[in-house]
Design a protein around this ligand. Sequence first.
Ligand code: NAD
Ligand code: MG
Length: 395
Amino acid sequence: MSVKQVTLLGSTGSIGESTLDVIRNSSDYSLHAISAYSNAELLLKQCEEFNPTVAVLANESLADAFAEQLAQAKCDTKLEVGSQALDEIASADQVDIVMAAIVGAAGLASSLAAVNSGKRLLLANKEALVMSGDLFMESAASSGAQVIPIDSEHNAIFQCLPTSNNGINGKQFEHVKKIVLTASGGPFLDLPLNDFTSVTPAQACKHPKWEMGRKISVDSATMMNKGLEFIEAHHLFRLPPEQIEVLIHPQSIVHSFVHYRDGSVLAQMANPDMRIPIAYGMAYPQRMDTTTKPLDLAEVGELHFRKPDLERFPCLRLGMEAANQGGTASAILNAANEIAVAAFLEEKLRFSEISLIIEEVMSKIPCEAAASLAIIQDTDKRARNLSKELILKEF
Ligand code: NAD
Ligand code: MG
């Protein structure tokens, strides 16, 4: 196999570092480009270790200082600055694989650039798909981009479907009865409801099973993460909401299920370690070695499952409702959630108020057809502005 050239968008994040670890342990992949928003120190270290052709620092205000450091560093990496440069490294001719691991709406344009240029796209940035749904999948179908979900649940479902040569667009669903997304339930699965108002950012970011960035950790604690994943599954697998279910599985060993019409149920299992879905996406349709801990089911002993409680986790309900509404509803939900979570992390909003902001924004901004990127971006902006106003005025 010839060495594959990889662009890693968001290399300084949790998924970014796991991806680098997979690349570190294989001679089949080489880095064309890496990117960060503001963690210049880690970006520099990564340049020295991996010597990518290009490094992008998206935050322009830090560029001059970083350029000086990079000039002294032991690598030949060229610096590019600003978010436009992200689109360029995502679509450069020499690139075979793009890992979309930027968090939030900030990753939409570069993910779409990779899709439009027909790359293999390893999609971790679920918010991009939540925002642009059908448009994203239609662009992939017309460019021939091979989209492979990295979110562990969607990657599990992808693995349980018949093999295709064309990423998600080649998969067959005619015999699928339903898919079941598993959810750990996060750190507050059994927290008394009265305590939800006093949850701190540190408590919300301490996930029992996964080590992740702060935004997705809060999303896991509110279960908005599963709401976003519900929408993600609806678009990726082109299944109606009635054929998608959520099941709580606190151990995070079974990453999801596919139920077939004959009564067979297929599941993918592994220890909770994102290097496994990342390695699967890189090597697909082959497999590669990883340095992850082998799964020992005798040690696990029992696997537990229970139904989700939508009153305890209103964000999950809102995600399901947005999937049912369609159009721009999920872009509105996503924008309001990003603003509310950021306000919670800055201690300007209570944990229990996150869902109230999202629900109010969803009720005030009318949902329309998500017919173009311009409509989606305009909706995103309006929802963000309204969320900020509500947080200032009412909370
Ligand atoms: P993180 O916060 O650890 O890292 C985010 C990365 O995005 C960093 O490299 C940061 O520099 C970059 N970034 C942030 N803002 C940016 C901006 N405005 N412009 C350009 N770059 C920007 O996040 P993470 O946990 O690695 O998650 C990344 C994505 O993967 C998210 O969409 C998340 O939902 C998804 N995901 C993560 C996990 C996980 O285990 N961490 C699992 C499934 C899906
Ligand atoms: Mg997930």
